[in-house]
Ligand binder design. Structure first.
Ligand code: UD1
Ligand code: CA
Length: 471
């Protein structure tokens, strides 16, 4: 079959008043991806050759979002938001005199699947339609444009605000998805009139115009789980739940063990390999990647982090911009900040914070420590309560702990400083100078015992208290 060629026109200029938010509606995120990115990604996957986006409210922010996508888009500025028909009209010059097929999509419909969009376009071409509409059946059609039919074919779309009581009962509604040739758009759009009630120019009025011009109209039914639009935060939450559920079902089918599918939050761009185990209340965000054979226990949050095969991230750990190599163990209650690279078989235990540091193979920091701007070699043991003092109030400095070194408990190293290979730092030391390979560093006051002193001190204090009471 010949590949179908079509361009997309995405309407993304509106305010989104009902969101009650300063952020332009199409920039709200569902599962870590903006509504606009969802729509465009679907169009790209379905094979659209061009993407023209109408931008209006929040133009610069929306353009920045477009620029951040991995594929090219074109934007058209709708300076004043006079309705969806006006938005499409504004974009018309972008299609020039081309005879190509244009698929118009609302920018606030993140649920449409690429295969459905493709089937919609194929149906349009197979039926040799002039204008196709993606429609859905809704028990409660409130808010949507109702599809009025004549002889089984659409003859008009009536918006909620314009609908008669009878029309309001129609349960077949417009999903904000249209396929139409650029040529027909050129004929119809300039003829649209603003609504007397709202002053808006409705794109949906092209249906009545096309029907009057005896054009061939097709309604293509699509499930409401794919066509639902996002107009307020409730619908955003509902759309997000659908996207999340889809992702979870796919992973479960692929062989990812998700222990509590009802309480698991994966974002759109996360990759999880079959054979990984994910506990309850795990949140995975950004470009996180979880390899096969790794375990992420309950309550962990992972942002832009990579967990390699066989690693275990124990309960309630927080990872951001971190890499955990195979066989390493993190947590419970560990915090890995950007630039933390934990080596194979290494262990980062409870209440240990690691920032911008490399921890070598098999090294351990199991309790209550801060490791920042450090390079820790292989087979190093860091005791409880270690602090790499990396900041002098102006600059950050580097700490180096070489292979096989042993750092006792409650040690501070004041950077820049190096603890040499196989060196030993005594518990309670503050290390301010480099420690040579194999040396023992003791950096603390020498202990002195004063025999009987505690007893004498106590009787002196008690006598003083008594004397004071008599006065
Ligand atoms: C629209 C349809 C309605 C349909 C519903 C499906 C119209 C008149 N109505 O209603 O029939 O059932 O979608 O979800 O089209 N936009 C602009 N410029 C504007 C106005 C809007 O670019 O001047 C963009 C918005 O950013 C949004 C899209 O067009 O992405 C749809 O606008 P919205 O106000 O959400 O339309 P609905 O009331 O949902
Ligand atoms: Ca909408």
């Amino acid at each position: 079959m010949n590949p179908l060629r079509f361009s997309t026109l995405v309407l993304a200029g509106g305010k989104g008043t009902r969101m009650k938010s300063a952020l332009p509606k199409v920039l709200h995120k569902a599962c870590g991806r903006t509504l606009l990115a969802h729509v465009l990604e679907t169009a790209r996957e379905a094979g659209a050759s061009r993407h023209v986006v109408v931008v209006g409210v929040g133009r610069d922010e929306v353009k920045a979002e477009l620029a951040s996508l991995s594929f090219a888009t074109e934007d058209v500025w709708q300076e004043q938001q006079k309705g969806t028909g006006h938005a499409a009209l504004t974009a018309l010059p972008a299609f020039g005199g081309s005879v190509s097929l244009v698929v118009i999509l609302n920018g606030d419909g993140p649920l449409l699947r690429a295969e459905t969009l493709r089937a919609f376009v194929e149906n349009h071409s197979k039926k040799k339609a002039d204008l196709s509409l993606g429609v859905m059946e809704l028990e409660i059609p409130f808010g949507y444009g109702r599809i009025v039919k004549k002889g089984g074919k659409p003859s008009a779309i009536v918006e909620e605000k314009e609908a008669s009581e009878k029309e309001k009962k129609i349960k077949t509604v417009n999903g904000g998805l249209y396929a139409v040739s650029a040529k027909l758009l050129l004929q119809l759009l300039p003829r649209l009139q603003a609504s007397k009630r709202t002053g808006e120019i409705y794109l949906t009025d092209i249906v009545a115009l096309a029907a009057k011009a005896k054009k061939k109209l097709e309604a293509f039914p699509i499930s409401s789980a794919e066509l639902g639009g996002v107009n307020d935060l409730l619908q955003l939450a509902e759309a997000e739940a659908v996207l999340r559920r889809r992702r979870i079902e796919q992973w479960l089918k692929d062989g990812v063990r998700i222990e509590a599918p009802e309480a698991f939050w994966p974002d759109g761009n996360v990759i999880c390999e079959p054979g990984a185990v994910l506990g309850p209340n795990v949140v995975l965000k950004g470009s996180t990647k979880i390899a096969s054979g790794s375990v992420i226990e309950a309550g962990c949050v992972l942002i832009d982090s990579v967990v390699e095969s066989g690693a275990v991230v124990k309960a309630y750990s927080h990872l951001e911009g971190a890499v955990v190599k195979g066989g390493a163990q993190i947590g419970p209650f560990a915090r890995l900040r950007p630039g933390a690279a934990i080596g194979e078989e290494a262990r980062i235990g409870n209440f240990v914070e690691v920032k911008k540091s490399v921890i070598g193979k098999g090294s351990k920091a199991n309790h209550l420590s801060y490791i920042g701007d450090a390079e820790v070699g292989e087979g190093v043991n860091i005791g409880c309560g270690f602090v790499a003092c990396n900041y002098d109030g102006v600059n950050k400095h580097k700490t180096t702990i070489e292979d096989g070194a042993f750092i006792g408990s409650n040690v501070n190293t004041v950077a820049p400083v190096t603890v040499g290979k196989d060196a030993y730092v005594a518990t309670g030391s503050t290390v301010t100078r480099n420690v040579p390979d194999g040396a023992l560093a003791v950096g603390r006051a020498k202990q002195e015992n004063k025999e009987g002193y505690a007893d004498r001190l106590r009787s002196r204090m008690q006598a003083a208290k008594k004397a004071k009471g008599k006065v």
